[in-house]
Design a protein around this ligand. Structure first.
Ligand SMILES: NC(=O)c1ccc[n+]([C@@H]2O[C@H](COP(=O)([O-])OP(=O)(O)OC[C@H]3O[C@@H](n4cnc5c(N)ncnc54)[C@H](OP(=O)(O)O)[C@@H]3O)[C@@H](O)[C@H]2O)c1
Length: 260
């Protein structure tokens, strides 16, 4: 079993996928964790298994839900040592064909809620001189992604914000990390209508959800700025950094053109 330096945690999007896998790792390590999502029944299942868990049912796209989670992060009597901003979703397809309300919700969750909760986390942690903030981004943040345009743009924001914050808090005892996973089988594919990726991308590019979760928690514990799980994605991330921008954009467009 992993040991972590966190004394307590809060994970958004803990009802499925990467967030749920992180909740299990934290629960197995005996770390009291606040689990946040809209599907309360799933959070209660987690709390049944790990009695130190606290269920916080909240829609992060509602003002009340966001305020409740902010307040919980800011609690002085029951402080949160690790905040994981994991809740997020994607839209796919041609930009002009996607419902504008859906794009609004995507930006609201991936960007707006994550920014407010990051702000709350650092406001709470910096006076204590310790703490950990893990923001879940994506390898889609490293280049433009036609047909995932808004999703990739939201994640570019997350990686940029998180790297900036990593430097802002350097030397304070607070650690800020962006987790940038590649393709990982979760409910993400059904929510983002990218189920076709399961057959269009070969097996070796798919990451295991438990490995992604473990890498993110290990890397924020180590104080890394970026966590890119899997050798293949580490390689792609470094290539994207040195490849001419126009070429990366065209290659990305070719990958997304026929996802079936
Ligand atoms: N899977 C991938 O291939 C992949 C790759 C790179 C990055 N990511 C990122 O990883 C993160 C987790 O995604 P996942 O793959 O684990 O997807 P997932 O299985 O669909 O999980 C998404 C989580 O977010 C929660 N959520 C969604 N909308 C919410 C809202 N309005 N308020 C509160 N919680 C909300 C969901 O819970 P409820 O529905 O119960 O609210 C769920 O727990 C996301 O930020 C995603 O962009 C995923």
């Amino acid at each position: 079993m992993e040991t972590y330096p966190f004394t307590s945690a809060l994970v958004t999007g803990a009802s499925s996928g990467i967030g749920e896998a992180m909740a299990h790792l934290l629960g197995q390590a005996g770390i009291p964790t606040v689990v946040v999502a809209r599907r309360t029944d799933r959070l209660e299942e987690l709390a049944k298994r790990y009695p130190s868990f606290e269920v916080l049912s909240a829609d992060l796209n509602s003002a009340e839900g966001l305020a409740a989670v902010e307040q919980r992060i800011l609690s002085v009597t029951s402080p949160i040592d690790l905040v994981v901003n994991n809740a997020g979703f994607g839209t796919s397809g041609l930009f002009h064909e996607i419902e504008p309300d859906r794009l609004h919700d995507e930006i609201s969750l991936n960007v707006q809620a994550l920014t407010r909760l990051s702000n709350a986390a650092l406001r709470a942690m910096l006076p204590r001189g310790r703490g950990f903030l893990l923001n879940v981004s994506s390898v889609a943040s490293f280049q433009a992604a036609p047909r995932l345009a808004v999703y990739a743009a939201t994640k570019a924001y997350v990686t940029s914000l998180t790297e900036s914050l990593h430097e802002e808090v350097r030397g304070t005892g607070v650690h800020v990390t962006a987790l940038c996973p590649g393709l990982t089988k979760t409910e993400f594919q059904s929510v983002s209508s990218t189920e076709a990726y399961a057959t269009s991308f070969p097996g070796f590019v798919w990451l295991k959800v438990d490995e992604v979760a473990a890498a993110g928690l290990a890397d924020v514990a180590k104080g890394k700025a970026l966590s890119v799980p899997g050798a293949i994605y580490k390689g792609l991330a470094s290539i994207a950094g040195v490849t001419p921008r126009g070429l990366t954009r065209r290659l990305s467009s070719m990958v997304q053109r026929n996802p079936k």
